[in-house]
Ligand binder design. Structure first.
Ligand SMILES: NC(=O)c1ccc[n+]([C@@H]2O[C@H](COP(=O)([O-])OP(=O)(O)OC[C@H]3O[C@@H](n4cnc5c(N)ncnc54)[C@H](O)[C@@H]3O)[C@@H](O)[C@H]2O)c1
Length: 274
């Protein structure tokens, strides 16, 4: 989507951090924006700063009905949607051996169902109009994994897989797709994930001792600008850090080595009926 001026962007989790960076970059590119967040006060503060072409909206991305409400409110205010950024997400740095099932449910509900709900509610509109772009926020933890990221990385790998399939599904329909895979970004992720956690999904376990040092990360505004570049240019993987190249190469080399080992031990399966 090369021309952004005058178009409409919806960004979830836009009251803070990376979502705020994206929505500010979208507004700077001339877009009308919906600043959507479960924390209405934060969304309102960002929207107020952006002026009359910004709408603040309270959404819980874990609820399909709530995301459908976001879509309807966007259409009521602006009449159309061009860009959807499924960005809202939360973190729990739990080790799998002591994580409660509520820890899993909280992360899956927000990080994975949040993206699914966005796709479900908005994609038919974008396909019908033959124009649009969806950006899903995954993480470098969607490409590589390791403790204490077991729960988080489960959701983020799923977002990468969903996005790759979506890219191929809508490539001929005028809809672009990007998946944002940041390394550390200086946001409120660790504290805000705790603050907005629903009581019924509070396991009562304090996993914060294994939280990453997000304060040492890059600026969310920089990430927002990189997302806008990807939307304009049709870039798929939005990579904000190159520090992890060796780890990604090691992971992929391990998969290729397993394929080669299989062929060596059992013979090639290509062309065989198995
Ligand atoms: N900060 C990092 O280092 C980093 C790295 C990789 C990926 N990410 C991802 O970036 C995304 C944004 O996180 P951030 O780092 O900007 O954190 P943040 O906490 O600063 O911003 C996330 C926003 O999402 C909102 N939110 C949380 N649950 C919600 C829900 N159920 N419905 C709607 N809004 C909800 C929060 O209120 C918050 O305003 C997340 O998906 C996160 O997993 C962050």
């Amino acid at each position: 989507m090369q021309e952004l001026d005058g178009k409409v962007a919806v960004v979830t989790g836009a009251g803070s951090g990376i979502g705020e960076g994206i929505v500010r970059a979208a507004a700077a590119a001339g877009m009308k924006v919906v600043v959507a967040d479960i924390d209405l006060a934060k969304a309102q503060a960002v929207a107020a700063d952006l002026g009359e072409n910004a709408l603040a909206y309270q959404v819980d991305v874990a609820s399909l009905a709530s995301v459908e409400g976001l879509r309807d409110a966007t259409l009521e205010r602006f009449g159309v949607v061009h860009l959807l950024c499924n960005n809202a997400g939360v973190w729990i740095g739990a080790l799998m051996h002591d994580a409660d099932i509520k820890d899993w449910q909280y992360l899956i509900n927000v990080n994975l169902y949040g993206v699914i709900h966005g796709v479900k509610a908005f994609l038919p509109l974008l396909v019908a109009q033959g124009e649009g772009h969806i950006v899903n926020t995954a993480s470098m933890g969607g490409l590589i994994s390791g403790p204490p990221e077991g729960l988080y990385t489960t959701t983020k790998f799923a977002v990468v897989g969903l996005s790759e399939a979506l890219l191929m599904e809508v490539a001929e329909k005028g809809v672009g797709v990007s998946v944002l895979c940041p390394g550390l970004v200086n946001t409120n992720l660790i504290t805000q994930s705790f603050a907005v956690r629903p009581d019924e999904l509070d396991s009562g376990i304090d996993h914060q001792q294994v939280a990453p040092d997000v304060a040492s990360g890059i600026s969310p505004l920089l990430v927002g600008e990189q997302v806008m570049d990807a939307v304009r240019e049709g870039g798929f993987y939005v990579i904000t850090h190159d520090d992890y190249r060796d780890v990604i190469a090691m992971r992929h080399d391990g998969i290729l080595a397993a394929l080669d080992d299989h062929a060596r031990r059992y013979g090639s399966t290509s062309g065989k009926v198995v």
